[in-house]
Design a protein around this ligand. Structure first.
Ligand SMILES: [Zn+2]
Length: 395
């Protein structure tokens, strides 16, 4: 859930609480008013309006006025603090949330929520230890506080504490009744990598297998498993990767280098050629398969065929420097044949170049590399490669 969606849900919840409170207050007073004072403030309705329109900074300005007029508007302070953090005014957010916690007239639920919000402020400000302690304070009051659990899970991910992240994510999935198996599988794959780096090979294998049992599409777990087997049993490692390529063809290229090496180690390099040829037939726009095949052909002295493949690869992915480098290598090996060089320059001139070809399908964040966890929206497995087509030359 995005921060804004979280706020919307929060507001809906608050509206319910407010109605209940106002009703109780009206009964106590025996009066006719069924709303707390601040709700009749024009700044309050204007603030809500801005919030629904996504004008966060304007909403902050209006809700600040409400809180100034009516310091007892606890719920508004809570939302205001969260909004301040969202617009980057973390110091002010911290002050607002601390102010709430200093009050002795707020409910347990409000206190837990204020702790969770303050923890999120601290995390954003980079005070990691303080954030963790504050989230724990929230959980001491309310062990099922989703906001605090999310905070702790993210802190664990940031710190590479994958076991803890996995434990908290499992709890979150149960509490929210969401299907988080893909995230859990990625966390297991990270655990596997960590164990492998530490030389704990059995633990690594268990983690990779656990990841794949959760979600067979989680490619890094296949890669990790293959790396575990590569030295003592290259045939088994190749088998793991062939299965991975079948299961997740769009990630196949991540296994090309390993597969080329493994098939060669097994004494069967032709099997690699067959594999990439099959992938090219399935997806003629797959430039990585063409590049991989071109490299193999070049190494076998078949430069003409390699150049043909590379030219086609450059047409579908003109932004990729690797292709152009490989073209130059192939051209050089043919003594820079003028006709071949001319033909390459002509096709390059007609191409449009792009940067950062990988994009997050959740938040559109771009990156040079293929990432498993988006650094912007923190979702797992959302990165794809943007396939660009060359546009016609505009002259
Ligand atoms: Zn993202």
């Amino acid at each position: 859930m995005s921060d804004t969606a979280l706020l919307a849900a929060l507001l809906a919840g608050i509206a319910g609480v407010l109605a209940g409170r106002a009703w109780a207050a009206a009964r106590r007073r025996g009066g006719s008013s069924d709303r707390p004072e601040f709700r009749s403030s024009p700044h309050y309705s204007q603030g809500l309006h801005y919030l629904t329109q996504g004008h966060t900074a304007l909403a902050v300005s209006e809700l600040s006025k409400v809180v100034r007029e009516d310091p007892d508007a606890v719920e508004v302070s809570q939302v205001l603090g969260d909004l301040l953090r969202e617009v980057g005014q973390v110091e002010r957010a911290i002050a607002v949330h601390q102010g709430l916690l200093a009050r002795n007239d707020i409910t347990r639920a409000e206190r837990a929520h204020a702790f969770a919000s303050l923890g999120t402020d601290y995390r954003k400000a980079g005070f990691i230890d303080r954030a963790k302690r504050t989230f724990e304070s929230a959980l001491e009051i309310d062990a099922g506080n989703i906001h605090a659990l999310i905070g702790i899970e993210k802190l664990s991910e940031d710190g590479g504490q994958w076991q803890e992240a996995f434990r908290v994510q499992t709890r979150l999935a149960r509490l929210r009744k969401t299907d988080d198996t893909r995230v859990l599988a990625h966390l297991q794959a990270e655990l596997g990598q960590q164990a492998m780096r530490a030389g704990e090979l059995d633990a690594a294998e268990r983690a990779f297998r656990a990841a794949l049992a959760l979600d067979r599409q989680v490619f890094p777990a296949h890669l990790g498993l293959a790396d575990l087997y590569a030295v003592r049993d290259p045939a088994k490692a190749a088998e793991v990767l062939e299965r991975a390529v079948e299961l997740v063809p769009e990630r196949a290229y991540l296994a090309f280098e390993r597969l080329d090496r493994l098939f060669t180690a097994c004494g069967d390099p032709a099997r690699f050629t067959q594999l990439v040829e099959r992938i090219i037939r399935q997806d003629p726009r797959d430039w990585r398969a063409r590049l991989a095949l071109a490299r193999r052909l070049s190494s076998e002295g078949r430069g003409d065929e390699a150049l043909g493949l590379l030219r086609r690869a450059a047409e579908v992915a003109p932004h990729v420097l690797l292709i152009h480098l490989e073209v130059w290598r192939a051209l050089r090996s043919r003594g820079l044949d003028p006709a071949a060089v001319d033909s390459y320059i002509r096709s390059a001139e007609e191409s449009v170049f792009y940067r950062d070809p990988h994009i997050c399908t959740a938040c559109r964040y771009r990156a040079d590399d293929m990432l498993w966890r988006c650094p912007h929206c923190h979702q797992w497995g959302t990165y794809v490669e943007e396939r660009v087509a060359p546009t016609a030359s505009s002259g």
